[in-house]
Write a protein that binds this ligand. Structure first.
Ligand code: NAI
Ligand code: HPV
Length: 575
């Protein structure tokens, strides 16, 4: 029982729904790396099948906030509808394990997106599969309200036959204002035109030609509310739309206006709506959504004779729920596989083709970040990073968000406990006072490749390997992708060619014979396997030796290298 209502054990029913136990573990939870996906509200079977095929699926409905918090640290993904509040406490309780929250529907106002972003948790939604269902429900409420269907039904069941009391109003020729001309709003408009209504719309972001194509004029907010006989709400709940229908705006409406809300309860000040209903400014309201769901049973709004109510059923058709379930299951599985989702809500969307092309550069970017930070004396105190992308492509053809995020990850992860991904990279960088500026330089190479080279410069810091400092005084490293693998190609003013993998010893020495042998002997004698060696020179008779080693040499071995005469400096780097 919630707020005095009887509720189901699961979400809104469809005819195949059976009673579901509070926690239905559909596959044994294992301690292996198979991801665990928690579904906290009723989801269509087709989506559950997709999830079962991928991970350990746990369906646990009607969890209290405390129960959700207790469970979440064992879950890699959480799938919700509108009934689960995914608060900051949930992300905190997840202790870093929760990688993705899937909202099986459109509105994400029940997910704390800021907290999700801070914790590096991706949020995806299913934005298209319930559009028609919501639009049809809007039309159902419009017609039911105008003909008093719900009230008349209740009265006849109460033994009354009231043919005069429930005389309705006609829709044809009336003006409907659609507030929010998005996916649902435009479908409502189309259907209302079919009913012979004159449809206008207010949406500050909708293109006028898209509205015109449906025969709808976009008008100002004031004009919409002042001229409409019916107002149907289809905008998201945001700080800008919260309680946008209030005493002041109700006062500007045509007396006797009728309001339908299939969007979010929070866009209406519900107390003001009761006042407007009582004064007759609003003749009727039909509401599918409420500020608090469920609303209190004895609230004036719920009990008002001129209000028709449904318990957030807009998306609840069999067809929509199957569609939404598949859409969200695929998005969540994709995210758990590390793919970027086309329906990400708190991360840049990178189309799959761009992602596959950038993949090797993503690895290079992270390695360069990781290498650069290890060259900083003390490893911290970094405030300013400059990234230069050399590319033959038009700047508009190069999406660097992913590369920047990976450089940030490479720089921050070795020096902090933060877990960084595409979702939270910019947030964490900002929080740590790290300013990352980017520059694109056009080069005359093949535009077949998105990037020719990436240079990472860290300024205003000391370096533990002076050779990495360029003439401008910044630590500077540059890398390229060669044969699909990341390579370091420039360090300070030294040109090098080193595969960026495993562990690396960099030594600067006087350019003379025998140096490679001496260092190689030390490593060999101490059982350190050398995977490659490469030497780069400068004109000043200086050489830079890069040695790849399979494992980290112990302190004594490194000391021996440092004592080799003519080795002027060296550094061990873990990539
Ligand atoms: N009752 C239910 O079960 C369902 C409710 N919804 C809700 O319906 C709403 C619309 O969903 P969709 O059409 O899929 O989203 P959408 O994103 O396609 O459309 C929303 C539209 O609202 C517009 N908008 C934003 N701020 C506005 C403002 N201040 N004034 C007027 N318009 C504004 C946007 O420009 C956009 O065109 C959402 O709140 C969603 O959560 C959606 C599906 C089912
Ligand atoms: O998709 C939306 O925004 C909805 O409001 C649908 O909510 P539901 O998934 O039915 O709880």
């Amino acid at each position: 029982m919630k707020r005095g209502y009887e509720t189901e054990t699961s979400g809104p029913a469809d005819s195949s729904e059976t009673s579901v136990s509070k926690s239905q573990n559909l596959k044994p939870t294992s301690s292996d790396s198979t991801p665990t996906i928690l579904v906290s509200e009723k989801l269509g079977e087709a989506g559950l099948q997709v999830l079962r095929g991928f991970g350990n699926l746990e369906c646990a409905y009607n969890l209290s906030p405390e129960e959700l918090c207790a469970k979440i640290s064992t879950c890699d993904a959480l799938i919700v509808r509108s009934g689960t509040k995914v608060t900051r406490q949930v992300f905190e309780a997840a202790k870093g394990r929760l990688k993705v929250v899937g909202r099986a529907g459109v509105g994400i106002d029940n997910v704390d997106l800021q907290a999700a972003t801070e914790f590096g948790c991706l949020v995806v939604n299913a934005p298209t599969a319930n559009t028609v269902a919501a639009a049809e429900h809007g039309i159902a409420l419009l017609t039911a309200m105008s003909r008093n269907v719900a009230q008349a039904d209740a009265s006849i069941k109460a033994g009354k036959w009231l043919r005069n009391k429930y005389v309705g109003v006609s829709l044809v020729g009336k003006t409907l204002a659609v507030m929010g001309f998005g996916k649902v709003g435009s479908e409502v408009a189309r259907r209302a035109k079919g009913l012979g209504m004159n449809v206008i719309s207010h949406d500050p972001y909708a293109p006028a030609d898209r509205a015109r194509a449906v025969g709808v004029d976009l008008v100002s907010f004031e004009q919409a509310i002042a001229t409409a006989d019916f107002i149907s709400l289809h905008m998201p709940l945001t700080p800008a739309t919260s309680k946008v229908f209030n005493d002041e705006t109700f006062a500007k409406m045509k007396k006797g206006v009728r309001i339908i809300n299939v969007a979010r309860g929070g866009v209406i000040d519900e107390d003001a709506l009761v006042r407007a209903l009582d004064s007759g400014v609003v003749a009727q309201a039909a509401l599918d959504v409420f500020t608090e769901e469920p609303p209190t049973k004895d609230s004036k709004l719920v009990q008002h004779e001129n209000v028709t109510l449904t318990p957030h059923l807009g998306a609840s058709t069999k067809e929509a729920q199957e569609g939404v379930a598949i859409e969200i299951a695929e998005a969540v599985v994709g995210a758990l596989k590390g793919e970027l989702s086309a329906t990400a809500v708190n991360a840049p969307m990178v189309p799959p083709e761009v992602l596959s092309e950038l993949s090797p550069y993503v690895v290079l970017a992270e390695k360069l970040g990781k290498l650069a930070v290890q060259l900083v004396a003390g490893g911290s105190g970094i405030t300013s990073v400059r990234v230069v992308y050399k590319s033959a492509r038009d700047p508009d053809d190069l999406d660097t968000r992913l590369l920047r995020a990976m450089i940030t990850k490479g720089i921050i992860e070795p020096i902090s406990a933060s877990f960084i991904n595409l979702v939270n990279a910019d947030f964490v960088a900002k929080q740590k006072g790290l300013r990352i500026s980017e520059e694109r330089v056009a080069v005359d190479s093949s535009p077949e490749f998105p990037v020719d080279s990436i240079q990472v410069q860290i300024s205003n810091v000391g370096s533990k390997f002076a050779s990495s400092v360029s003439e401008s005084g910044s630590i500077s490293i540059e890398g390229k992708v060669k044969y699909g693998e990341p390579h370091l190609t420039c360090l300070g003013s030294f040109g090098v060619d080193v595969s960026l993998e495993g562990n690396l010893i960099l030594c600067r020495q006087v350019d003379q014979p025998g140096m490679i042998g001496q260092v190689g002997n030390i490593l060999g004698n101490d059982n350190v396997n050398v995977s490659f060696m490469s030497v780069g020179r400068t004109v000043q008779k200086k050489a830079l030796m890069a040695i790849g080693v399979d494992e980290e040499p112990n302190k004594r071995t490194l000391e021996k290298i440092g004592k080799v005469p003519d080795i002027e400096e060296f550094v061990f780097l873990n990539l």
